[in-house]
Design a protein around this ligand. Structure first.
Ligand SMILES: [Zn+2]
Length: 173
C-alpha cells in the first residue's frame, strides 16, 4: 500500500478512527512510510487518517526536519489525562494547503500514549508540541481545521475551501 496525502473534504478525514490493537511489523512498516510522507510534504505532524488510514496513530517532530529527528514521537491510542491554560496561535494543516488560521488550544496537556512497540508512556507536553498533539488528535476524531476556524476565517478562506472541494470532486470523476 502506498500512502498518499488526503486533502479536505476526503471522507476518511471526517471519520472517527479505530484504536490500534496489533503492534507488529506491518504497523511499523506503515509508520516508516508515514514519516516519508510527512517530511516530503513539509509537515511537523501527521495523523493516520491523513494518509487514508483510519486508526488512532499520529507522528510528530516539532523541527519538521529529517536532519533533526530528536523530537520525533510515534503516538498511538493517545489520551489527554489532564490539561492546563490556553494558547492562541496560527495553525496550518497538510490537508488544507494554503490556509493558516488562529486556533485556541490548551497551553499544555498530560499525554498518555503507546509507542510502535505497544509500550505505554506518559508525559507533560507544552508549547508548540502541545499544539501539534492537539491538532493531530483532532484528526483522530474527524475534527478538522475547518471546524476550528472562526466564522470570519471561514469567509476569508471561502474561495480556498471551495477550490479544495472542486479538486477532490474532479479527482473522483
Ligand atoms: Zn492537520
Amino acid at each position: 500500500m502506498t500512502l498518499t496525502l488526503r486533502t479536505y473534504p476526503d471522507p476518511v478525514l471526517l471519520k472517527k478512527s479505530a484504536p490500534v490493537e496489533a503492534f507488529d511489523d506491518a504497523l511499523r512498516e506503515r509508520i516508516a512510510e508515514m514519516w516519508e510522507v510527512m517530511y516530503e510534504e513539509g509537515g511537523v505532524g501527521l495523523a493516520a487518517p491523513q494518509v487514508g488510514w483510519s486508526v488512532q496513530l499520529l507522528l510528530m517532530n516539532p523541527t519538521g526536519s529529517k536532519d533533526d529527528r530528536s523530537g520525533e514521537r510515534v503516538v498511538i491510542n493517545p489520551q489527554v489525562v489532564k490539561s492546563w491554560g490556553k494558547a492562541k496561535d496560527q495553525e496550518g494543516c497538510l490537508s488544507f494547503p494554503d490556509i493558516l488560521v488562529d486556533v485556541t488550544r490548551k497551553a499544555g496537556v498530560r499525554l498518555r500514549w503507546q509507542d510502535e512497540h505497544g509500550e505505554t508512556h506518559e508525559e507533560d507536553v507544552n508549547e508548540f508540541p502541545a499544539r501539534i498533539v492537539q491538532h493531530e488528535m483532532d484528526h483522530l476524531e474527524g475534527v478538522l481545521l475547518v471546524h476550528r476556524m472562526s466564522p470570519v476565517d471561514r469567509i476569508r478562506y471561502r474561495h480556498e475551501l471551495e477550490e479544495l472541494k472542486a479538486t477532490l470532486a474532479a479527482k473522483a470523476e
